[in-house]
Each structure stands twice: as C-alpha cells, then as structure tokens.
Unconditional design. Structure first.
Ligand code: NOJ
Length: 974
C-alpha cells in the first residue's frame, strides 16, 4: 500500500481543484499555538485590568553602563515576578539615528537564539560618534536633532520622540514578557481556591487582590499552558527547551495607518486584528508556509516573512524592524483614528528591534536599506517576459513554444522548466528521455538572446545514486531530527527526502560547486548546463508534505544546535542566498544571477526576485496580488510579481487579458500555471484577445527603460520600484488607503490595473493640483490640491496608465523578440509638461549582465524641459558626471567612469522621436540648438471640463538625430 503521504503527493498532481478553498485545518490559529495563546492572554488580562495593569519589568538602575563613545548603554532588567532571573538590555543609536533595542536573558539555563540579525543585516551598523546617553532619576535619554529616545526605568518603557511627541513606544501597554528558561517541575497538583465572583464595580479590587496573592498568575496565567510539549493534529512538538516566547507591545501614538509585515493576502493599509470590531479575528502570522489554495483576504501566514512595518500619518512616518526568525504573530488595533497599537508575540529568540525614525517614507527606506541592504540590480533581461508552466514537458516542447512566440511576433525573454525536467525530481539531473539535449535546447533559446530558468528545490531525494544527496550526507550538512542524530527525513516531490542545512557553513562551497558548468563530475548530468540557465528556488519554507503545517518539525536541529523553531523564517532566504552566490560565481568574472524564491526574509532583496506563490485564477486573487507586491516593496523586496493567469484554474479570456495588464505593471512578469490547467500561452488565444495580449507584452518591452531606471534607483536608495500613494504623497490622508494604483519609480507613470470583471471604466485618484496625461490618448486630467477622483475609460483593451505632468519618460518603441535585441534601439522621449511648463526625467543604462556598472560603466542621463518667455528648452546632461561620489539619501553612488566602454557601445544610439504634451500654443520653430529646423507635427489641444482638461496639445518631433550619451538642447519657439 502506498503511504498516505505519497497518495497526498499524487493527488496534488492529478486533482483539478474544483472547490477552491484553503485547508485551514492544516495551519494553526493563534489559539492552537501555545505561545500565541499565552501572549494574547497577557493582552486580554491587561485589557481587563485597565489602569491597574503594570509591567513587571524595570531597569536595574545601578547596573547602567554607558560605553566610552556614549551612544550605547547596557543595563540589567529585572522582573518583579522572577527576582532571581536576570535580563540584559542594550540600546544603541546608529549614525543615522536608527535605535537598536536588544534584550536577552542573562546567565539563563540555556541561550536564546540571537543570530537572526546576523543573517538579515549587511554589516554591523555604524554607531553614532556624537549622540550621548544621559541618565537621570527616572529615565535615561539621548537627544539628537529633533529626536529623542527615552528609556523609563519603572516600569520599563522605551520611547522614540520627535519634536517632544511620542512616535514609537515599546512596552507602553506593559505586554513585554520574555519567558525565561526553566527546569521542568514534576507536576504538583495544586487546586487554587476559586476567586469569588466579582460584584458590580468591584473589579479593580479583585484585580488588586489577585495581583497580590499570586502576581505571576495575575500576569502570565496560572497554568503551564503547553510549556513542555505541544500537540497539533497528529504531531507532537517535544519543546525540549520549554517556554521561551517573547511578547512586546509596540505602539505608534501619532500614526493611524500601518503598512508592511508581508507576506499576507490583505489590503496594503493593514486592517485591525484586535480591539473593537476587528476586521480579522486572528493576528497577522509570520511563519513561512506552503499554504495550498490560500485565501485572498486573510492574516494567515504565507510563504515568506519580513518583520518590518511603517507607521504613517500626514506629518510623520516611523518604522520598525524586528530581527526575529521564529514564528511571530502580530495583533493590530487602533486606540483612536490617529494611533495604532501592535502586539508582537514570537515563539523564541531575543528582542532585537530597530526603531527607524523617518520622518518620511523615503527616509525609512534608506534607514532600512542601510541595515539589510538595497535590492539587487537584476540582469536587464529578467525584467522582460517570463513564460512558465508546470511543465514544458520536453526539449521539443520548449522549442515549439519558442517558435510560436516568434511566429506571432510576441516578445519573450525567458522559458522556464518546472520540476518535471528532473529525473525523479532529482534536481540538477535531467530526465534524459524528454530532455536528451539540454545544452542544444538552451543554445536554441539563447540564439534569440533569451535565457532559461530551471527549478532547483531544497529537498534531496534520499538515494545514494543521487550525488547531491550522497555528497550532502557524506559531508554531514543535512538537517537533523529532534534527537540531534542522523538525518531528518520527510516527504516532498522527490518522495523520501532530506534537506540541506544552509546554516552550516560547510554546505556553502559545496553547494556553489554544484552550479559550475565546467566542473565535470562523473555521474552528474547537470554538467549538461550552460550559463544561460538561471535558477528558481521553490518549496523553501521548507515545504514538507508530511510535516506539521506542511513544514519541518520545530524540534529539528540545525547547525550550532539551534532548533528549527528558532530559524524557521530565515531558512528559505539562506537557500536563495547561496543559490544566487552559486550562479553569480559560476563564471569568472561573475555575472548577475537571476534567482526566484518563494520563501523570503528580511534581506532577501539582496538575492533576487520573489513571487506570491500559488494564487487562484480569481478576480480577488488578481487584485490582492497587487497589494501583496506593494507590501513586499515596502519591506524592501521590490522584485516581485504574481503568477499571471493565476496558478490554479483556467482563466476565461477576459480574465487572462486583465491578468497580463496587471502582470506587465509588476516588477517581475511571469505567466505560470498548475500542471492540470489547460495550456494558455498568449499565442493560443483567439482574437481579439491574442492581439490584446501581444500589445500588452509589447508595452512592457517599450517601457523597459522606465523599469530598469526604477530598479537602478531602488538598488541605490531602497525606495521601492512600485510606489503606493502614501510613499509619493505622504501628507495626503486621502491616499493612505489607496492600494490599487501606484507609480513606477520616479518616472511619473501612474497605473491603475483593472481587476474586476466586465469593467468599462474606473475611477483614479489624483492627489495633487497637477495635470495627468493619459499615456495612450493624451487626454489630460487635472487633479486638485485636496485630491480628486477622475473617471476614465477602461474597456478590455484599455489600461489606465497616466504620465504625471512634469515628467519625461524614455521608451523604446520598436517591437523586438527579446530585450537583448533592443540594446541598440533608438529612444522616444515623452515630455509631459507640468502646469508650470517644466518637466524632468531620468534614464539609466548599463550592459545589463555584468558588474561593470559598479566600476562606473554606465550611462545615467537627466532630461529637463523649462519654459521661459515663449521658449521651451529641452536639455540633457550626464548625471554620472554630475553626481559622482554624491550620496543619494545617504547612500553613496557607485563611481562613474567618464570614458566608459559601455557608453561607447551605445555611442550611436539616438533619440528617434520626441513627443511634447501640453504646449500652450503651436511652435513657430523647433531646432536642435545651433542646427536647422527639425521635422515636426503639432496637434492643438481640445479643451473640455475646464482648468486645462480635455485632450492635450501634442508636438511630435521626428528624428532629431540627437544622441543619448551626448549633451544637447532642443529649442521650441512658441
Ligand atoms: C509549488 C510552486 O508554488 C509552483 O509554482 C510550482 O509549479 C510547483 N510547486 C511545482 O514545482
């Protein structure tokens, strides 16, 4: 008989999901997780006790020690509940004003996991040389600029203030609780006397009595609730270390909206989970999990976790990053419209919270980027269209799909292979029957400038005939079971499998060696690979089909003796980190890797792209995918997208068209589908849908200069590629909840993808008194200083895309089969004059594949238009030259090489068209400065609706023959 787990695997492969619903019973609710239940109970008791509630934690004042440079202090912390237990607190103020708060148990029975930050941070942050702590009678404080950090002694409370107003408060509600390590007592049954029923109005008295009689029970409850082992479904978690959870309240007294803590399928402005009539009754959960058929609106965990959030109001933004790798639940409530309370409950680990003072969203992005790194600048081709499905079944299949794209003149950059390419799901090893010629197949794809991406999952089939498993086993780098001995075994696609422990440094070089395309090893058919193959890391939560919550047992043991529970949320990031290093280092000099990961953590932005996993082919999933991608951007991981078309199901043509419209405005654009779905490649569609999708894909390629420029900006500043309204207009409260429209980088492109069936029009919110031009029709709309909704057409072939007045947008308009073939194509400049007659834009280019840009080999141009005395001057200059060594938002730019070889390769690339929108009148002459009259056409504007609305005037300048890499001026005389 087949084991049930295998049956489960097979049924996944063969069942078309008809009742699409998450299997909630596979995953815990807060009340099914002992530590979450205990944490929430503290908050319930605090709510009941009202003002009688006091945190038992206080600072041990005599122990305060300020370091010689004065920006760091350490002190002991005591809990009145456990006078014999010692805790240590440390606060550091970084050079940029970020405050790091660390608290750990000192000299405890065991050691709490304290390495989460070491995986997330890029380096040890620089401590301020100027900021000094001063201890007083009741508190110790450090003032810098307009900010001040205050640590109150009793009860312990940590606040970040700006302008004297509290912005972030830790333990203000007294929910801090670090469960110390203890020895298991042999059960003593003690029946507590039942407390007398409280009389009306006597609650306070009862509370006080209870507190005095048994303060521990009053604070943390009176049972050893799942302290020593815990059952869920058929699994028992042995919990050898006993209780070690951490609860902390973090409040934002002046911020009514919070964003972040991905990954959840929910609105961008996070709905409440606690307090009066919460939207969700469960807290947001961070526990990386393979959630089959996840819900489109839920605080449930998904595949990745980034414990970072922004708290926002019209006059301030502050941020929090909690470097914790264990399962964490976060309750969100509002004490008033203008303030937000959060309560973080983690299963294990130390308190390691970074308070990011802002005060603007852009400041927070820079502060967070200095901690965990800026997003990677991906290979340029990876911004093109990726065609995937589970599975292209043979090399002939791949060739046919490519041929059909070419026959239909549809652009595509990458073809993907899912797990069926691998012989018995032994990654690296080709299924030689169906893929007899992987090198030739890849070369055929590469002949058109294209790439392939092939999946490599983290589970290794347990058979000695599989070199990856055998070598990992011989090297002893596999995750161990709870006993700490031998190899943990679980089930995944490859049947009985084991998992590499990437926390073990001994696995690193070995893993990287597997990706060398030159190092031939006997018995390895992966050597039949080329450097045109890049990698997809899936199932790295890790997904274990027969494990608790479809993952690893928490008592599994990793390198250093840490339990899986301590590092669960970091685990997936290490896999994609090492894989991206492997792909980068397979050539000398290295080239930019592309690695897609499903699981992620804080810092994953340094390693590649993510996608939102197994979404359903529903309109709700299409819509929430946008919000999820925006939330990931907030947390640093901009290179994100959702499966176009929906992973499960067979989208009707209308839905598919809309999904492509959403997809081309995601940073990562990939169509993907479950093995049971019907083939749905764009060329298979009937007209008019086929033509629509072709136009949509071409639009993406036209806009690649915009995308690449935006990616390059985020790789320097950390400001996300997709910018929701509060990021662009932080002072406009009407935009705080807007999460279905957004800007692309600093380009001025505003998009509102349509995600509803049968739509023919939609409303778009314009936050400012500025003109916005419809990208296609040049219809001009005018916003208002207090914000305004406009109604726009949105028939199936139409996408609401606007250019914000004051922007210059560079595009490449020649249809090509793949993006590398566009390298020498000329540019079009769309000059969208703002209400004052000026405009500005940027273009960044480099070779798109190597790291030579880090040595100054790039082209970075600014275009500007100014109107004065009936003359519009359009000019361009070299930002590389101008801004060498300058810091953008505190992040130093790469050096610039004025004679750079890359610039020479595009030395002849010209501007072939300039379109100027919104000129006040017909020009009398249009010339390149110092040259002859150019060829141009002018269509006057048509006024409608008042205040400059209607159709914009359009001046089209044909082939001015100016070069992209040179300075020039075009003079338009009105
Ligand atoms: C799960 C992934 O989320 C999905 O995209 C993939 O197709 C399957 N695993 C098979 O590899």
């Amino acid at each position: 008989m087949l084991p049930w787990t295998l049956l489960g695997v097979l049924s996944l492969l063969i069942t078309v999901p008809d009742a699409l619903a998450v299997k909630s019973h596979d995953f815990k609710t807060c009340s099914q997780a002992g530590f979450c239940r205990r944490g929430r109970a503290i908050s319930a008791r605090a709510a009941e006790a009202k003002s009688a509630w006091k945190s038992p934690y206080s600072l041990d004042v005599p122990s305060i020690a300020i370091t010689p440079n004065k920006a760091v202090f350490k002190a002991g912390v005591k809990s009145s509940l456990y006078p014999d237990i010692k805790f240590g607190l440390e606060l550091r103020v970084h050079e940029d004003g970020v405050v790091r708060v660390r608290m750990d148990e000192v000299d405890g029975l065991r050691k709490r996991y304290d390495e989460a930050a070491s995986w997330a941070l890029i380096s040890e942050p620089q401590i301020s040389q100027e900021i000094t702590w001063t201890a007083g009678k009741k508190d110790i404080r450090a003032k810098y600029g307009n900010n001040e950090v205050v640590v109150a002694f009793q009860p312990l409370k940590i606040s970040l203030l700006r302008g004297g107003k509290e912005q972030v408060v830790l333990n203000g509600r007294g929910l801090l609780h670090m469960e110390h390590f203890r020895t298991k007592q042999v059960a003593e049954t003690k029946t507590e006397e039942a407390a007398p029923e409280a009389e009306e109005g006597a609650e306070q008295v009862v509370m006080d009595v209870a507190k005095e009689v048994n303060p521990r029970a009053w604070f943390e409850g009176d049972t050893e609730d799942d302290w020593w082992d815990e059952r869920f479904s058929t699994w028992t978690d042995t919990k050898p270390k006993g209780p070690e959870s951490l609860s902390i309240d973090i409040s934002f007294p002046n911020h009514g909206t919070i964003y972040g803590i991905p990954q959840h399928a929910t609105r961008l402005a996070l709905p409440t989970t606690a307090g009066d009539s919460p939207t969700f009754t469960e807290p947001y959960r961070l526990y990386n999990a393979d959630v089959f058929e996840y819900l489109a609106s839920s605080p449930m965990s998904l595949y990745g976790s980034i414990p970072v959030l922004h708290a926002h109001s019209a006059d301030s933004t502050v941020g929090i990053f909690h470097a914790v790798g264990s399962e964490t639940w976060i309750d969100v409530s509002h004490a008033s419209d203008k303030s937000t309370q959060t309560h973080w409950i983690s299963e294990s680990g130390i308190l390691d919270v970074f308070l990011m003072p802002g005060p603007t969203p852009a400041d927070i992005f820079a502060q967070y980027a200095r901690l965990t790194g800026t997003p990677v600048l991906p290979p340029h081709w990876s911004l093109g269209y990726h065609q995937c499905r589970w599975n292209y079944i043979s090399s002939e299949d791949v060739r046919t799909v490519q041929k059909r794209f070419d026959e239909e003149d549809m652009p595509v950059d990458v073809f993907w292979l899912d797990i069926e390419y691998a012989n018995e799901h032994k990654y690296f090893m080709w299924d030689e029957k169906n893929f007899p010629d992987p090198v030739e197949m890849t070369n055929d794809v590469a002949a058109n400038g294209r790439k392939m991406v092939v999946i490599v999952d983290p589970h290794l089939k347990r058979t000695d005939s599989y070199p990856a498993f055998k070598e990992a086993s011989d090297r002893k780098v596999l995750v161990k079971p709870a006993s700490g001995d031998g190899e943990y075994e679980g089930w995944c696609w490859s049947g009985s499998s084991s998992w590499i422990d990437f926390f073990n440094p001994n696995s690193w070089d070995w893993w990287k060696s597997l990706f060398k395309t030159t190092a031939l090893k006997s018995g390895w058919s992966w050597t039949l690979s080329t450097t045109d193959i890049h990698i997809w890391n899936d199932m790295n939560e890790p997904s274990v089909f027969n494990g608790p919550e479809i993952s690893m047992p928490r008592d599994n043991v990793h390198h250093g003796g840490w339990e899986h529970r301590d590092i669960h949320n970091i685990n997936g990031m290490l896999f994609s980190n090492l894989t991206s290093q492997a792909v980068r280092e397979r050539t000398d000099p290295p080239t930019r890797p592309f690695v897609l990961t499903r699981s992620f953590f804080a810092g994953s932005q340094r390693f590649g792209a993510m996608w939102t996993g197994d979404n359903l082919g529903t309109w709700e999933h299409m819509a929430v995918g946008i919000q999820m991608v925006l939330a990931n951007g907030i947390a640093g991981l901009s290179f994100a997208g959702s499966d176009v078309g929906g992973f499960f199901g067979n989208p009707e043509p209308e839905m598919l068209v809309r999904w492509y419209q959403v997809g081309i405005f995601n940073p990562f654009l990939r169509a993907h589908a479950h093995i049971d779905t019907k083939r749905r490649e764009p060329f298979l569609q009937e007209e008019p849908y086929k033509g629509m999708i072709k136009d949509i894909l071409r639009l993406r390629y036209t806009m690649l200069p915009v995308w690449y420029t935006a990616f390059r900006e985020t790789s320097v500043t950390g400001v996300p590629v997709l910018r929701p309204h509060y990021v662009v207009f932080p002072k406009d409260p009407k935009g705080f909840a807007v999460d279905d429209q957004y800007f692309i980088g600093s380009s001025g492109i505003l998009v509102k993808p349509i995600t509803t069936k049968g739509a023919t029009e939609t409303t778009v919110y314009l936050a400012e008194d500025e003109v916005y031009y419809d990208y296609f029709s040049h219809h001009v709309y005018r916003g208002a200083s207090k914000g305004k909704d406009i109604t726009v057409h949105a028939e199936l072939h139409e996408i609401p895309v606007f250019v914000r007045g004051g922007s210059i947008v560079p595009t490449r308009e020649r249809p090509r089969r793949s993006s590398p073939l566009m390298k020498l194509d000329p540019f079009t400049l769309r000059v969208a004059l703002g209400k004052t007659g000026s405009a500005r834009g940027e273009l960044y280019l480099d070779d798109g594949v190597s790291y030579s840009h880090e040595k100054g080999q790039f082209v970075w141009r600014e275009f500007s238009a100014e109107t004065a005395k009936k003359v519009v001057r359009l000019t361009t200059k070299n930002l590389g030259l101008e801004r060498v060594g300058e810091a953008v938002d505190g992040v130093a730019l790469a050096s610039y090489n004025p004679g750079n070889e890359f610039a020479k390769t595009i030395g002849e690339v010209r501007v072939e068209k300039v379109v100027v929108l919104g000129l006040a009148s017909k020009p009398t002459s249009v010339k390149v400065e110092g040259g002859n009259e150019l060829v141009w056409e002018y269509t006057p504007g048509v006024a409608a609706g008042g205040k400059g609305e209607g159709v914009a005037s359009v001046l089209t300048i044909k082939d001015p023959k100016v070069l992209i890499v040179k300075d020039w001026a075009i003079v338009i005389q009105l």
